[in-house]
Write a protein that binds this ligand. Structure first.
Ligand SMILES: [Zn+2]
Length: 323
């Protein structure tokens, strides 16, 4: 176990996850609690502080060996000011000074980061990206979260919302996104939206073995879709291939923009393993550039659901180093 620790918090619409993480990125203890955001920001902030104190107490380290609390939360937010501006999954969080409030309640320094950015940092620190300095991560879950690491640092941007790759346009005039744009990657390649596309197709009359999903067509998830792809269902294969084609476009655009050594695919969709990786690589390779031979390696995430808390803690350590 390392010498110093940071608390990592990952605040989502469903759960608040907390972990005590050592300076090598190993979790010493973790726990979680339902967010219940309808209670309002103050109640959730009190829970975040309480969970922070719980993970420290459970491990039994002295508070002086804990350098602070890293918080990953849905955005848009301002890491510099430590404020959640607003969040779709946390409807009562508007302009909440989450960083300073948690810091005050816990009595330790705190940092705030976008949840997709925190997960990317976790994967960079201890996961697939641990041996590279330049990495892009896409987290394919309810939405498409992302983070970009350039020369060992998380890219933030002038307006502090860099790396929103889930809302890059991959289909001009395409599906309307919750962000107000049309044709965002998230509409074509998040776990939730690929399932949505299958449901819409079946409800519009398309034939598929997924019509017989237990619980009805509306209960179809990306996991059902992956199973159907493995079994050769034509509709499932077509929608899966489509999602992988859009992901390949996003990978290409990320390569041209950031020149990463590695692009990491995580989140619920990555449970498909080779089915995802092979198809995204194949589609990406159809668009090979003729100007240079170097290409980013596309790989699966290794850290899993803990990437957010580990990355948030890692960003606390990075902040102390001045990174
Ligand atoms: Zn969007």
């Amino acid at each position: 176990m390392g010498q110093t620790f940071a608390v990592g918090l990952d605040v989502g619409g469903t759960d608040v996850k907390a972990a005590l993480v050592d300076d090598e990125g190993t979790i010493a203890f973790k726990t979680s609690r339902p967010t219940e955001p309808a209670r309002g920001a103050d109640a959730v902030l009190a829970d975040m502080a309480d969970l922070s104190q719980t993970v420290v107490a459970e491990v039994g380290v002295s508070k002086s060996s804990v350098v602070g609390v890293g918080i990953g939360a849905p955005g848009p937010l301002s890491p510099r000011r430590g404020i959640i501006l607003k969040a779709a999954n946390l409807p009562r969080f508007k302009n909440v000074p989450i960083r300073d409030e948690v810091s005050r309640l816990v009595g330790l320094p705190a940092v705030l980061a976008n949840d997709g950015n925190a997960a990317a940092y976790g994967e960079f620190w201890v996961g697939a990206g641990r041996d590279v300095a330049d990495m892009v991560m896409l987290t394919l879950g309810t939405g498409v979260g992302a983070g970009v690491i350039v020369e060992g640092r998380l890219l933030s941007g002038h307006f502090e919302n860099a790396a929103e790759l889930g809302h890059t346009v991959v289909q001009p005039g395409g599906l309307l996104c919750s962000c107000g744009q049309r044709g965002c990657l998230e509409q074509y390649a998040s776990a939730t939206n690929v399932a949505r596309r299958v449901i819409d197709a079946i409800e519009a009359g398309a034939e598929s073995s997924l019509s017989n999903t237990p619980g009805g067509v509306s209960a179809i998830t990306s996991k059902h879709l992956v199973d159907a792809v493995s079994q050769g269902d034509p509709l499932a294969k077509q929608i899966w291939e489509d999602a992988c084609r859009y992901l390949a476009i996003a990978c290409l655009n990320a390569e041209r923009s950031f020149n990463p050594a590695m692009i990491v695919l995580g989140g619920g969709m990555s449970a498909a393993g080779a089915l995802l990786l092979d198809s995204v690589r194949r589609n990406r390779d159809q668009h090979r550039w003729s100007l240079m031979d170097d290409i980013a390696e596309i790989v699966l995430a290794q850290v899993g659901n803990d990437a957010g808390v580990i990355g948030a803690a890692g960003l606390m350590f990075a902040d102390l180093r001045g990174d």
